[in-house]
Design a protein around this ligand. Sequence first.
Ligand SMILES: NC(=O)c1ccc[n+]([C@@H]2O[C@H](COP(=O)([O-])OP(=O)(O)OC[C@H]3O[C@@H](n4cnc5c(N)ncnc54)[C@H](O)[C@@H]3O)[C@@H](O)[C@H]2O)c1
Ligand SMILES: O=C(O)[C@H](O)COP(=O)(O)O
Length: 632
Amino acid sequence: MTESKVTNFIIDFDSTFTQVEALDVLCTLAFQDEDEKKVALAEIERITNLAMGGELSFRESLESRLKILRANKNHIPQLIEKLKPLVSKSFIRNRDFLETNAQNVYILSNGFKEFICPIVKEYGILEDHVYANTFEYDDDGIIIGFDKENILSKSKGKPALIDSLKLEGDIYVIGDGYNDYEIRKEGKANRFYAFTENVKRKNVMEFADHIAPSLDEILYHNNMKGALSYPKNRIKILLLENIHSRGVKIVENEGYQVEVYPAGLTEDELIEKIKDVSILGIRSKTIVTKRVLEHANRLMSIGAFCIGTNQIDLDECTKRGITVFNAPYSNTRSVVELAIGEMIMLIRNLPDKIAKMHEGVWDKSANNSFEIRGKKLGIVGYGNIGKQLSVLAEAMGLQVYYYDVDEALPIGNVTKCDSLNEMLAQVDIISLHVDGRPSNENIISKEQFDVMKEGVIFMNLSRGHVVDIPELKKAILSGKIAGTAVDVFPEEPLSNKHEFISELRGLPNVILTPHIGGSTLEAQENIAEFVPNKIISYINTGSTTNSVNFPDLALPKLQNAHRFIHIHHNQPGIIAEINNILAEHNINVLGQYLKTNETVGYVITDIDTKYQKDVLKVMKKIEGTIRFRVLY
Ligand SMILES: NC(=O)c1ccc[n+]([C@@H]2O[C@H](COP(=O)([O-])OP(=O)(O)OC[C@H]3O[C@@H](n4cnc5c(N)ncnc54)[C@H](O)[C@@H]3O)[C@@H](O)[C@H]2O)c1
Ligand SMILES: O=C(O)[C@H](O)COP(=O)(O)O
């Protein structure tokens, strides 16, 4: 084969250039009767797969498929219209590449020119670069066969055709079928890319020189300019802790390489897994320590698919230019509903009564059973959950008191308390809704239990470490606390397979739940929609809206521009240096956005698309740079 700089791309049509097999679509047009259509379609698909997997000769498969089809000439224009929107997404995206390189792009298909030519023409592909079969019709216009003299209708037709073309330069074949690989197998191509954007055939992928989930990947692999600065399939996302399938779908549709794991991971396990991960998705269980982050060389972003982010070393993330996003409101209501339900259960002594009933004991009595109406509810932590709880509780007739370390505007008729102990001393029901910052460890301990009223109801649905558990146990056993609900624990099992160990097990009138305050399908689905979209927006545009640790920048969509994203330590002079470099390189700036926090500076510069690429290296070398990337 001639060694040359010219690269010829030989592209398959069905399931490569388009997302579908054209004859399957033709079948749906040809059959009116739904049952007949189903049977025919299944048979055509079966035969296609046999041929694409190399188990049936192409000629046999084509003959059988055309026999099943009762298509005619009039169906062809309809077929073309159906196929146009079904061009593979990465081919649509890279129309520029196809147009610019038209001289070296060929379509080689065992399909039919009648529908291929009008579709690929729209992408600049030359008509005389399309090699495919042609239909034969009877006098009534019914498709009865194909041109049997065409080399492509014969076995090993593709390698034979390539041979006949006598192309100069390298030949790279892009396709999803065994017959595409055959070109390489017969020594007529330098490289075979198994194209998996639409279908993945194991027995084709195993022979590939390179597996390409998109055309972007092929262009990137060849150092050629494509529509995207970085192929999405190279972005690996690891989703832990049983994240709702909605979230998995969103990141899959975005084209990321997705790995899903149902439970949390230990620090060592996470260190092992995180090496080539660009995005990490976790819930409350996975602790992302400094040590983990030291091994996370590629990590760009962490999604906490929950509210709390105390499990993540946020300072270290910021220093390393890793953005963190969470879902600050998606499970608020679920926690509040559980808290309301539990306070009613506890004030009526239901945990014990239910347990007795299961043992056959009928204990009908009003002793120690009360309404919640008129009782005083004390909320520790008047944030999103605390406030929503106060609104619902007031509506149910409770008098609400709250204590918060920050200034928080009272909603409705609630009473603000100036100290924690002042509040604890006067309320009948206590509900904790503080965040999990380290300084909140044991904020409820002996001193706090001591000031509480006798017979108080105590609930913790915030974080486990905020309550001193041995002291809580003493207060329950002494009768000081009449009822307790605990949803969160200092140590929680990593998965449903591990045992729950706690000294609170078996105590009277105690509801223990496995950290399910936010575990409703509604909440999980909302979270799974919210967090991935924030991360995708960050990856695609650089927007950091709602980030937990980064300066908040909402950015406009990138149009006819390249975007330089520069993250640096917050030190003087960097923005000036960036702009000097841009000026020295004669770069036309279209827009610039800057925001800093205590740790980092975040500068986005949109520039004209024509610039000398050596500027990229210079930008990376600016002292204090944490990360630099380019988007287009
Ligand atoms: N059980 C669950 O499944 C579940 C579900 C969601 C959230 N949570 C936990 O609930 C917490 C609160 O959620 P949110 O959405 O209301 O958060 P938020 O940030 O809106 O509110 C937390 C409030 O607590 C206050 N606070 C912090 N420390 C305090 C202290 N020592 N004393 C008094 N006030 C203090 C803060 O100032 C803030 O107003 C989350 O951080 C999370 O840890 C648990
Ligand atoms: O912070 C939260 O939102 C809650 O603790 C829920 O956490 P989870 O998603 O691990 O149940």
